[in-house]
Design a protein around this ligand. Structure first.
Ligand SMILES: NC(=O)c1ccc[n+]([C@@H]2O[C@H](COP(=O)([O-])OP(=O)(O)OC[C@H]3O[C@@H](n4cnc5c(N)ncnc54)[C@H](O)[C@@H]3O)[C@@H](O)[C@H]2O)c1
Length: 261
């Protein structure tokens, strides 16, 4: 009997010699995506805002992969151009882009400052559009690429006292579909990951409040907050050949949180 499935093997999940840009991968969840990619065989190009790059550098190099850094604020369009040019100069290509960098700023809704609204929308939505748009030009030339946007459980729900965050994260789902439609014909897939609740700097004010922490834990069918390793397999899958026919979708990694009433 001939094996009509012989084309498929575990290499479908390999990222051997791919090049990945992961924004803000010097800390938090971004670090987990970057380490997963290095472990799957990719080299990394990391745009970062703050100085703390020692840990991620050591982690990537321990996997035997290369990593380069470029420091700046993604709200600066010149810097965005530098990120794209810098990665191409370093590695000659961009196979994977993960739009991970993000912020939230909490204030009482009625007193929410316009500046905070503008800043969160800028970082969490506008920079994702501008960077993806510029990276897409290179991916079109290559006729291949994977764009992975980072949404949130708050892409599907809303909470209190940070109005721009769920607004931007809902828009990330729309943006993902727009890019899927615009770029699908060039063999570029755009998908999103929507993490649930993991303890990082972005939501420190929430998990440090035991009442909130316990309320959320009770709402998660898995009965616990997420761990970094919960995200890593999906990040590799969406960056790999195994997901080539998935385009415009979002995978929720939230222990079932967004399925509950
Ligand atoms: N932690 C969670 O539970 C959770 C849940 C859902 C979604 N997310 C999303 O995951 C992503 C990563 O968040 P995290 O939890 O790791 O937070 P984090 O604060 O640990 O990391 C955020 C990263 O973004 C960078 N960044 C912020 N503003 C920037 C700017 N203007 N220019 C360049 N870089 C900038 C930070 O320097 C940092 O490296 C965010 O998009 C966040 O919304 C987090």
């Amino acid at each position: 009997m001939t094996d009509k499935f012989k084309k498929f093997d575990m290499d479908y999940f390999s990222l051997k010699d791919k090049v990945a840009i992961v924004t803000g991968a010097n800390k938090g969840l971004g670090m987990a995506y970057a380490v997963a990619y290095a472990r799957a065989g990719a080299d990394l190009y990391i745009p970062h805002l703050t100085d703390d790059i020692d840990e991620i550098k050591k982690l990537i190099e321990a996997e035997g992969r290369k990593v380069s850094f470029i420091q700046g604020d993604l709200r600066d369009k010149e810097y965005i151009e530098d990120v794209v040019r810098g990665c191409i100069k370093e590695y000659g290509k961009i196979d994977i882009l993960v739009n991970n960098a993000g912020i939230s700023l909490f204030e009482k809704f009625t007193e929410y400052p316009d500046e905070a609204w503008e800043k969160v929308i800028d970082v969490d939505l506008n920079t994702v559009y501008y960077l993806s748009h510029r990276v897409a030009r290179k991916m079109i030339e290559q006729e291949s690429g994977k764009i992975i946007n980072i949404g949130s459980a708050l892409s599907f729900t809303a909470d209190k006292n940070c109005p721009p965050y769920p607004t931007a994260k809902h828009a990330i789902i729309g943006l993902t579909r727009v890019f899927a439609n615009e770029l699908g014909a060039y063999n570029i897939q755009t998908n999103a990951i929507a993490p649930g609740f993991l303890k990082t700097d972005v939501n420190k004010e929430l998990w440090e409040d035991p009442e909130f922490y316990n309320k959320i834990t009770d709402q998660i069918p898995a009965g616990r907050w997420g761990k970094l390793e919960d995200l890593m397999g999906t990040a590799v899958f969406l960056a790999s050949r195994a997901s080539d026919y998935i385009n415009g979708w979002t995978i929720n990694i939230d222990g079932g949180f967004t399925t509950t009433i």
